[in-house]
Design a protein around this ligand. Sequence first.
Ligand code: PGA
Length: 245
Amino acid sequence: MLEIKKYTEFFVANWKMNGSINFIDNFLSKLVLNDINLENTCNIICPPSPYIQYVSKRLEGFYIGGQDCSIFEDGAYTGDVSASMLTDMNCNFCIVGHSERRKNFYETNEDVLNKASNCLQHGINPIICIGETLEQKKKNLTKEILSKQILESIPKNSNDNNSIIAYEPVWAIGTGLTPKLEEISEIHHFIKNEISGFKKFKVIYGGSVKSSNSRDILKLENVDGILIGGASLDVEDLNNILLCQ
Ligand code: PGA
């Protein structure tokens, strides 16, 4: 299992259900790695499961992550991918509890907790996603929702050296909208300082991050990295984001 504490910044590219062999070949031929900070910076690409091995064999300077894993260990669960299979495929990380899974596949905090536990058990660092919807934000429920998600989705054996928290406001994902910089700072401060037990956890931000805003977000106190969806499919944009390091 990688030691999270040794990195100061995390860049997570979440391709979601996008890509093809042609796309990957073209992408990897153009991806430029800024190797200056490789020691402190942790770059992660999360391709769709069928492409994990193809990408991992052709990529240097990046870790590979799954986008999800099963709540089960193994068995008759057609379509599921287990944490141990991800380990076999050289994944060091796995996103769990992404809002698209919570919403479209009705995943509960308990499911997310089980997924994160399976990751830990198989030597994978879970990237545990939390975030409020616009409706919850409007009702001033953001902090309440985030506390509940954190307390119910993060396993007891998660710690600042084996797990990462990703704050992704649901309304900011894929919409081009982002919270104000002060709001991002405030929420990251809240997660680290106002929920007991998470002070030293790395907390990364996701939701409409692109090269034009990544630098300002990364500069914020308490922001330890970014999770990039749509913009991570545009190799030029991703290069620019990575060069900001
Ligand atoms: P986005 O997605 O960058 O396209 O908003 C982020 C995510 O869903 O992880």
